[in-house]
Design a protein around this ligand. Structure first.
Ligand SMILES: [Zn+2]
Length: 279
């Protein structure tokens, strides 16, 4: 008998082989691991007793989901597998789960009470690539200001929800399904590094960023309507034919749509924060 024969799962007594995890006081097999919350990963600090309690709580959770009444699901509806924040206003609780709304209970998402939330903050990741396709690799070249309007800025949004909960410390989930890719036109000698949105925002700062983005679309929209096209997109061609002008107008519209899309994620983060924090 080899060394591995000694490793058995502290919870079910089965073999803790490939895919098992080390606990503070034993091993946990892959099958038992799959019964745990998707938000749990503090294996090495957790005792087998706490793991057993979590598995029991997860079974109770599955039953409690039958009484969970959906008030609303907040998330991208276009993609069935996009993450959703789903809440029950009456019972003051929520789940964060892969959609769609009709079948979320099958995934046994942990029900979290509003009063278990310690803090909510939005994390915006910003990068850039040289082409605009969805899976273009982020560039690590040095980017100079004069290239700001040629590159494609990439945005991902993560909502962090810190908890006082028996086995989940924090929920962190992607709010967007696809990376938002956007070209940001520059004006005169004012160089803007993308939407200047990279960072972490909490409390009122989230609403402030959403307002700033809304103001940005309002301003761009007004300029476009005034016909100050050259302010919006620095033109690279001199003699513009009608098709070229149409392309440019479509680009302007697209730019506004993209900012609105970014603002929608930020607004949703703000709505969630106000809902669960009650302010
Ligand atoms: Zn096991």
């Amino acid at each position: 008998m080899g060394l591995f024969s000694k490793k058995e799962c502290a919870v079910c007594g089965g073999k803790a082989g490939l895919g098992s995890k080390s606990l503070a006081d034993g091993s946990l097999c892959k099958d038992c691991r799959q019964k745990l919350s998707p938000w749990f990963d503090a294996f090495s600090e957790t005792s087998q007793e706490a793991i057993r309690a979590q598995i029991e709580a997860r079974e109770a959770n599955r039953k409690a989901l039958e009484d969970f009444n959906v008030t609303k699901a907040w998330g991208i509806k276009k993609y069935r597998v996009a993450m959703q924040f789903i809440y029950d206003q009456e019972q003051r609780c929520f789940v964060v789960v892969e959609g769609p709304e009709e079948s979320f209970r099958e995934r046994n998402p942990d029900i979290i009470r509003f009063d278990q939330v310690r803090n909510v903050w939005l994390e915006v990741e910003e990068g850039w690539s040289e082409t605009g396709d969805q899976y273009a690799p982020a560039s690590n070249r040095i980017l100079t200001q004069d290239k700001y309007d040629e590159v494609f800025w990439r945005y991902d949004f993560y909502l962090n929800i810190a908890l006082d909960h028996p086995y989940i410390e924090k929920i962190r989930y992607p709010m967007n399904f696809k990376t938002t890719v956007i070209q940001v036109p520059q004006r005169f000698f004012m160089f803007k590094r993308g939407l200047e949105l990279a960072g972490e925002y909490e409390g009122e700062e989230i609403a402030y960023q959403a307002d700033r983005l809304d103001a940005m679309t309002g301003k761009e929209d007004a300029l476009i309507r005034l016909g100050k096209y050259s302010d919006i997109i620095r033109l690279k061609y001199k003699d513009q034919s009608l098709p070229e002008r149409l392309v440019r107008d479509v680009k302007n519209d697209l730019y506004i749509q993209k900012i609105e899309n970014v603002a929608a994620h930020v607004r949703r983060a703000d709505r969630i924060r106000r809902l669960v924090m009650g302010k």
